[in-house]
Design a protein around this ligand. Structure first.
Ligand SMILES: O=c1ccn([C@@H]2O[C@H](COP(=O)(O)O)[C@@H](O)[C@H]2O)c(=O)[nH]1
Length: 597
């Protein structure tokens, strides 16, 4: 019955001001929108075509009002849905479709930089963004026409443009100091970037406002936006600075001073953030009047905010985008059912070990069943990288698109023979150390530690859930079986509500456009998981299998547990050669989930 609940309409008009922004980030290929019926998915059912129609209506409204409206994206288009994870060619085509909506400022994410070919594709086709792809701290090494290798900016170093209303904008696009990028890519930390002559020159002239788009969190007393912010403030103490972050996958907002606002719009086309600000009037010292609103990505919200209806909401740009997406999806053949999933399996709604946790299904069922090496049928344990799973797997029809949504990466498997006594401690040791590629490289203060990406997500979401249960949520109970909030017997709900994001950011007032009850969230999930350990004596030598993406963490853990081993990459051999992690759920579904097909 929950699937028949109508999407709620917004109740508060957007606060349009002199300067307005729509921002997205971490879209990860979710251009077709969220298509499953399990809540909160219907809240995010709008595809990129409907976003394009919305943005275009919003541009018209801005124009009518005589105010600015800029469209900003903070990167991570790769690795997610079948549209971007089926093949390199698919992600290139999906990126072409993305660029059919003209963004004013767009930057790169870490998922465009894991593989050199992906970054090169972005570099070669940067023209599709009409000069608005800005990567202030990313270089790529390319073979120049004269045959020499040259390190060149991947996109524009900075942007200077005038808005339709004649306002001057200076903009930068940056990424956090990401270490796991491919060879041939270089990233300069923002504290170094601000010393570059080109940067100092770019900020010399006073624009009407600055925009910083960054694939990085907005929060953090020592976050990576701050060196740039401070450098600009040294020269222009009062010029407005608008910051658009990403990477954390959560809605967030913070103000660095009263002439700025920093907003993060979540992930996966679930949210479009609307940010607005007055511009300084005659009183140079008055704080800016700013606001932000996190709009759920669906046509009901889009229509309400643009005062359009079924008859006039869809515009040719949106229809063309939707059609192009459907054509690409059909050509990729990602919609054929592979099986019927018997349950929902969630990434963060249950602790690891719970039968409805996708991590549990991965370690206890999918990996043991699918990762088989024909040459090696001895005893083994497989250690998996939990971060390789990216989303929930929903009950019902399960196709290649769903498979890639859950597990988009191309990691392969490697093994080494080790004593079982040592092997049984490796995963625990790996979890003690954490996923090294995602731990900040700088020594951290307590405050910085608090701002670690994962921590933000965990604390933030767990808090929402606890608060809800303690305070407002006492007319509903969480039903484990249906994964829904159900009305407590005999009670009348205070308000009709749907499950969705409940945001607590650091900006004044309410940010969420629609009031929901929060999605249950369990933080502190392990970074690494393992298949059920074989029943063997400690002395027995077994195959210990690692995913190649986590190999550095695996080698480090083995060498910590027994420094005499001196395990190196060259000692590892392929296991189940040819098999990559992005096909295992499909293999499992084809065998185990055929009932109902
Ligand atoms: O090849 C890969 C690349 C990345 N991962 C995992 O992805 C996340 C980081 O993703 P963000 O969206 O940038 O937060 C991290 O957990 C990696 O382990 C991977 O598994 N394989």
């Amino acid at each position: 019955a929950h699937n028949t609940i109508e999407l709620p309409k917004p109740t508060r008009e957007l606060e349009w001001k002199d300067v307005n922004f729509l921002s997205t980030s971490d879209v990860h290929g979710w251009l077709l929108g969220h298509q499953h019926a399990t809540w909160p998915e219907p809240n995010y059912s709008g595809d990129f075509g409907s976003l394009a129609s919305f943005a275009t209506h919003m541009r018209r409204i801005a124009s009518d009002k005589g105010v600015d409206l800029l469209l900003v994206d903070a990167g991570d288009h790769h690795d997610g849905s079948g549209l971007v994870s089926s093949s390199a060619d698919a992600s290139s085509k999906a990126e072409d479709i993305f660029s059919m909506l003209p963004y004013d400022i767009i930057t790169i994410g870490n998922h465009e930089l894991y593989h050199y070919e992906d970054a090169l594709e972005e570099y070669r086709n940067r023209g599709r963004w009409n000069g608005r792809y800005v990567t202030s701290n990313v270089n790529i090494t390319i073979k120049a026409e004269d045959g020499t290798f040259q390190s060149v900016p991947l996109g524009e170093r900075f942007l200077k443009f005038e808005t339709e209303q004649g306002r001057k904008v200076t903009a930068f696009g940056v990424i956090f100091d990401f270490k796991a990028h491919a060879r041939g890519i270089s990233i300069q930390g923002t504290s170094k970037l601000i010393k570059e002559a080109w940067f100092l020159d770019a900020i010399k002239d006073k624009p009407d406002y600055f925009v910083l788009a960054g694939h990085m969190p907005a929060r953090g007393e020592t976050g990576e936006f701050l060196p740039m912010f401070d450098a600009i403030r040294q020269v222009h103490p009062k010029v407005p600075i608008y910051v658009f972050g990403g990477h954390t996958h959560v809605r967030d907002c913070v103000q660095y001073d009263d002439r700025s606002i920093a907003v993060v719009p979540g992930r996966y086309l679930e949210t479009v953030a609307f940010t607005s600000s007055s511009l300084p009037s005659t009183d140079e010292n008055a704080p800016l009047d700013v606001s932000r609103r996190y709009i759920d990505g669906n046509p009901v919200s889009y229509k309400w905010h643009t005062k359009t209806s079924d008859d006039d909401f869809e515009l040719p740009i949106g229809q063309n985008i939707s059609l192009a997406l459907l054509r690409l999806s059909a050509a990729l053949n990602i919609s054929t059912p592979l099986g019927i999933a018997p349950h929902d399996y969630f990434l963060n709604r249950h602790p690891y070990g719970h039968p409805r946790s996708i991590l549990t299904a991965f370690s206890d069922k999918v990996l043991p069943y699918t990762i088989q090496d024909k040459e090696r049928n001895g005893t083994r344990v497989i250690i998996g990288n939990a971060g390789s799973l990216r989303f929930d797997l929903f009950q019902g029809r399960f196709d290649r698109n769903d498979e890639l949504t859950v597990s988009p990466f191309t990691s392969a498997f490697l093994y080494v023979r080790l004593a079982a006594g040592l092997a049984r401690n490796i995963t625990e040791q790996m979890n003690r150390s954490g996923a090294s590629k995602f731990i900040p490289s700088q020594p951290t203060t307590k405050l910085e530690e608090e701002d670690r990406v994962r921590r933000i997500f965990d604390d933030y979401m767990a808090e929402q859930w606890e608060d809800y249960l303690i305070q407002g949520g006492n007319d509903h109970l969480y039903d484990q079986e249906s994964n829904q909030m159900v009305l407590e017997h005999g009670k009348i709900p205070k308000k009709p509500r749907t499950m969705g994001f409940v945001t607590k950011d650091r900006c004044p007032g309410k940010g969420d456009d629609i009031e929901h009850y929060p999605v249950p969230f369990v933080g502190n999930q392990p970074d690494f998981i393992e298949t059920p350990f074989p029943d063997v004596d400690d002395e027995e030598i077994i195959d210990v299998v690692s995913m190649d993406f986590a190999l550095d963490d695996f080698l480090a853990a083995v060498n910590v547990l027994d420094p005499t081993i001196g395990l190196k990459e060259k000692h590892m051999k392929p296991y189940a050669e040819g098999l990559e992690i992005n096909v295992v759920f499909g293999m499992y579904a084809k065998e185990m989930w055929q009932k109902g097909l």
